[in-house]
Design a protein around this ligand. Sequence first.
Ligand SMILES: *Cc1c(COP(=O)(O)O)cnc(C)c1O
Length: 394
Amino acid sequence: MTTDEGLKPETVAIHAGRSADGTSLAPVLWATSTFRTESVAEGRRLATSATASTFYSRNGNPTVNAFEEAIAELEGAEAARAFSSGMGAVAAVVLGLCSKGDHIVSQRQLYSGTQMLLQSVCPRFGIDVTFVDGTDAQAWHDAVIPGKTMVLLAETPANPRLDLVDLEALGSIAGPMKVVDSTFATPLSQRPLDYGIDLVLHSATKAIGGHNDVMLGVVAGSRELIDWIWGFAVLQGANASPHDALGGLRGLKTLGVRLAQQSSTAEELARVLQDHDRVESVRHPSLKSHPQYDLAQKQMSYSGGLLTFDLKGGLEAGTAFVEATRLCSLAPSLGGPESLVTHPASTTHVGLFPDELAAAGIGPGTIRMSVGLEAAQDVVADVLRSLDALGDVG
Ligand SMILES: *Cc1c(COP(=O)(O)O)cnc(C)c1O
């Protein structure tokens, strides 16, 4: 993967988004809610422009703009809009683009917040949603209702089993707007817009911020679509704080090395777990046993720091394992320096009914792990020790 200038994305991530910085090498923090305006005419122009970053910080802010520019450049997009969280971005896309009577197609394997928004909030506004198996390219196609389906909302790799959506197949569906949540991949691993996808979004709280210290979301696409979303976003009020945008810009600079290191540790851990007698199955895009291994090779440059495995012994083993880890913390989120484990069935996905859990591929012994930046040896040792600690459980 290279950009238009022939630079690798890891390089672009370090240099992109410098418009607000003057001669400062590091990004500048514009910690202000409002800006002085010279005249009424100038105020009117700034108040009504999606690209104005020096009027009022809910509309736009130079530090936030710099982050938006950096993401747009990395994604090969004309424009981007940042939000106060990934869910801020998801909600703005869904509610900014769809109206009463519209239809959305999404997938059963989905980040739980997105799933709840589609399942509980959309119907209240008269927006119908159909959920398909995201790995089935034909199912996306077949679920489209011509003239009614406004948005196809995909997530790849998807939470928590790292199921993939074929970006080329999705991008080729004519009619609805194609939106991809690319959080798990990051802008360095895949560029959905290159496949005909209209909008790509990220929870930059995760690997882009990269240090578990910001809440940030972003969506990138054509100027026209981003301006449209801006019109809703300014009223939604989920704008990114300049402080968090600064964290996002800083995170981008090290995203390449972090992603390489986390992918490498996760690959090592996946191989170790694959042969472990307490483990039923392991999911990681680097493993030939991943049902979409070839697709991963085709559309992703990094295998990523996330892996999911099923323990023998069900609920008892699953909950005992996440409480036994010492180096790995039991915590939601992913893509940071600290290795984290979650037990989706009892935490992130606890609101789902049993059939929904099954459709999302979540079993009682399923563990999702976000590999951090600790030495690989220490991460593997903590996981193996925690498996040993299960003793006779299960
Ligand atoms: C975390 C996450 C979100 C939501 O992002 P927040 O920053 O927590 O609001 C959306 N999609 C995916 C895939 C995520 O992992």
